[in-house]
Design a protein around this ligand. Structure first.
Ligand code: ACM
Length: 534
């Protein structure tokens, strides 16, 4: 009997308790196979680049390992000892970001057809090293064969700095973590009612006066980015293969700008004063086009997001504004929606003439301009018809439905400061983010039009870095996996949770104020000063 129990215990111990997923990599790679053995990495392991085109990515790896682990690896062109070898894969670069990472006891090989692919291979290796590094800065990295590529080209984060201005160090912090998770689009909501955050040389009061105040304190000192700071942040993002897309919201959400230049205001409503630009004045179009020209000169993304959301919140005074009334007569515009469309189409045209795409929220899905020059952002999760309309008109789209991709929504029922969807109390848990299933939203024939998805950090309820981190982590990791890993390979929330637990260890090491879904009391919810939950 005793022998039998011993036998049972031994067999139980032999059942593999660790899944065969690469323990630490988020997002989960497309293909992976575990191999025997491990590679022993320490400060004498060289990084070998076979092509000078990959020097920047090798330097990035060098910097990351120095910053994170105190390792100082040399970059060289040859080596006779076990090395990290960065090389080009033969063939055409058809899938942007594709790479191979092969780890044997003798060599770590990162190969790709593009710098971007090498960068993602480097990122996966950095993640594996974080898991296996010991106190004396050696890492025994388990051997894997990984072949990886992204499911979606657009893997974004939106940050709203109108409602709360965090400043460039926080933006770089976000870009760092985006890069760690292979996210590649930073949608920067720089203008809205509480404040204007972008220096425009031709209209300096936009920053100096429009930048005064935020959502929590209308008299807070002016805060905005100078053009030099914007350039610095763009360069930082480029090094991480992140494209920075500015949003200049119009014709609504314009109070920040209207504080500075009231002559272009189209008024608002009782609840939303000075909410719009004036679509009835020719000068407004010139003013906004000048602003967009400077914006275009600053941002190399060749895309400007023009907002276009929620105009009906505060366009009441268009009914009595003599310029708008005259415009309606002259252009035979039957109602305020027609005025809005007229405005949007003119501004989109200005942007397209600058050789940029004009990006919009889903209110604009019914417009009739050339879909080849535009991208629609579907955000109203309760209005699936807007997504269908955009796709049926041939627009490319980015998915950022409030539930589950707005990160100002709470992530569990215990949380007090954050949004919930009023009609049904729903919110954005980590699992909902991970399980987000784009393919259920549209017909397969429209799949090529869906560029990807984006997590949106609106800041009416976020005014400290603790709160920002609490709302971002770990949902950013769920977003990364939802946007990178193919949907048919993303059905294992239990496996994802195991990997997330490892990432929580890393968050602790970096002293992040993250939300722990397994033990919510670890970091109590930060209560934002001055915030009144409505
Ligand atoms: C939005 O949330 N108003 C795009």
């Amino acid at each position: 009997m005793k022998t039998f129990i011993l036998f049972l215990l031994l067999t139980a111990a032999c059942i593999p308790v660790i899944s065969q997923q690469p323990d630490f990599i988020i997002p989960l790679p497309d293909k992976f196979t575990k191999q025997d053995g491990s590679f022993s990495l320490d400060q004498y392991t060289p990084i070998v680049i076979r092509e000078s085109a990959f020097r920047d990515q090798a330097n990035f790896l060098q910097q990351e390992l120095l910053k994170r682990n105190g390792l100082t690896l040399a970059v060289q062109s040859q080596s006779t000892v076990p090395s990290i070898v960065i090389d080009r894969l033969p063939g055409a670069d058809n899938v942007k970001g594709e790479y191979k990472l092969s780890i044997t006891p003798k060599e770590i090989s990162i190969s790709a057809r593009s710098q971007e692919g090498i960068f993602y291979g480097v990122t996966s290796l950095v993640q594996l090293i974080q898991q296996s590094i010991s106190k004396n800065a050696t890492a025994l990295i388990p051997c894997w064969d990984i072949e990886d590529k992204p499911a979606f080209a657009w893997r974004g984060i939106l940050l709203d700095e109108s409602r709360y201005f965090f400043g460039k160090e926080t933006v770089k912090f976000i870009l760092d973590w985006m890069a760690f998770y292979k996210l590649n689009r930073f949608h920067w909501h720089l203008t809205d009612d509480p404040g204007w955050r972008l220096e425009i040389k031709k209209y300096p009061k936009l920053g100096l006066v429009g930048g005064v105040g935020n959502y929590f304190d209308t008299l807070a000192a002016a805060k905005y980015y100078t053009q030099e700071e914007i350039k610095e942040i763009i360069a930082y993002a480029q090094q991480r293969f992140i494209e920075v897309i500015p949003e200049i919201d119009m014709p609504g959400h314009a109070r920040g700008a209207n504080k500075a230049y009231p002559q272009f205001s189209g008024g608002g409503s009782k609840q939303y004063p000075e909410f719009t630009f004036n679509p009835g004045r020719e000068e407004t179009y010139k003013y906004l086009t000048d602003i967009l020209k400077e914006t275009n000169a600053l941002f190399p993304s060749e895309m400007i997001h023009l907002g276009g959301d929620e105009v009906h919140f505060g366009n009441e005074q268009w009914n009595t504004n003599k310029d708008v009334q005259q415009l309606m007569k002259d252009k035979k515009l039957a109602n305020l929606k027609a005025v809005e469309t007229y405005f949007i189409e003119r501004m989109a045209d200005s942007v397209v003439r600058m050789n940029n795409k004009a990006l919009f929220w889903d209110e604009v899905a019914g417009s009739s301009f050339d879909p080849a020059n535009s991208i629609i952002f579907w955000w109203r999760h309760d209005r699936a018809e807007q997504l269908k309309l955009a796709l049926s008109k041939g627009f490319t789209v980015v998915l950022t439905p409030r539930i589950p991709l707005y990160f100002d929504f709470v992530q569990d029922t215990m949380q007090r400061v954050g949004r919930r969807w009023k009609p049904d109390g729903s919110y954005s848990s980590l699992q909902l983010v991970y399980d987000f299933s784009p393919s259920r939203l549209y017909d397969a024939k429209h799949a090529p039009l869906v560029l990807g998805m984006q997590g949106s950090i609106w800041t009416e309820r976020i005014s400290t870095t603790d709160k920002l981190e609490y709302m971002m982590f770990p949902r950013i990791a769920g977003l990364a996996e939802a946007s990178w890993t193919a949907e048919n390979k993303r059905k294992d929330f239990a496996g994802f949770s195991r990997r997330i637990e490892k990432h929580l260890e890393l968050y602790r090491k970096h002293r992040l104020y993250f939300y722990n879904p397994f033990s919510p009391q670890e970091n109590p919810e930060p209560i934002v000063p001055g915030f009144i939950n409505r």
